[in-house]
Write a protein that binds this ligand. Structure first.
Ligand code: SAH
Ligand code: MG
Length: 199
């Protein structure tokens, strides 16, 4: 793991600004999965200030790359600034725009797709991830248990759409014969789906 003052400051500032960066437990689990895999290409949906992408960069194979999508202009600026400070501008490419519009335009294949943006769009993000994932790739979805709402009988007020769509995501990954899925109760919930064509 990168352990330096610049990354420490990026993390502290994100926490102070209430940016929902990846939780330590979740990052530790992803590290266990990705370090041995040495992905060549990672796609992230939801950059925020670049914290998770910067952390994932050290799991990449040599010359590996990360594409990451963010729709908030201020966040894109801060992410690019952080990526430059870390000396990673040739490794992490921030795509500015709404992922629902950008994803259908992508044609590269990825070894890992990390979904960490609008919860109401997780089923759509999954559909796109399945189109873009390499055989033996891994699709990860953060915040899949959303404060415990998803597996409870929660059915109230304004988070209802998010909860319904997260449940739909779980149902889709669980029923897809090409995916082997685990839902882990760490951090805010992490779905890990291994993709194997034609299992
Ligand atoms: N992955 C980051 C945290 C991402 S927070 C980390 O762990 O460090 C979620 C981000 O997704 C927010 O910055 C939000 O602006 C962005 N987002 C939400 N919906 C989006 C969409 N449809 N397209 C692109 N970005 C989106
Ligand atoms: Mg998250």
């Amino acid at each position: 793991m990168i352990d330096n003052d610049i990354l420490f400051n990026i993390k502290e500032k994100a926490i102070a600004d209430k940016v929902p960066i990846i939780m330590d437990d979740t990052l530790k689990k992803i590290r266990e999965i990705l370090e041995p895999l040495k992905p060549i290409k990672i796609l992230e949906i939801g950059t925020a200030v670049g914290y998770s992408a910067i952390c994932f960069s050290c799991f990449l194979a040599e010359n590996g790359k990360i594409d990451t999508i963010e729709r908030d202009e201020q966040k894109v600026k801060e992410a690019n600034n952080n990526i430059n400070l870390m000396g990673l501008k040739n490794t992490i490419n921030v795509l500015y725009g709404d992922a629902t519009e950008i994803l259908p335009t992508l044609n590269d294949k990825y070894d890992v797709v990390f979904i960490d943006a609008a919860k109401g769009r997780y089923p759509f993000f999954l559909e796109q991830a399945l189109r873009l994932i390499n055989d033996n790739g891994i699709i990860l979805a953060d915040n899949i248990l959303y404060k415990g709402y998803v597996l409870s009988d929660y059915n109230k007020h304004k988070q209802r759409t998010a909860v319904r769509n997260l449940r739909e995501y779980i149902s889709k990954v669980s029923n897809n014969p090409n995916l082997e899925t685990e839902i882990l109760d760490i951090g805010d919930g992490l779905a890990i789906s291994k993709y194997k064509r034609g299992i």
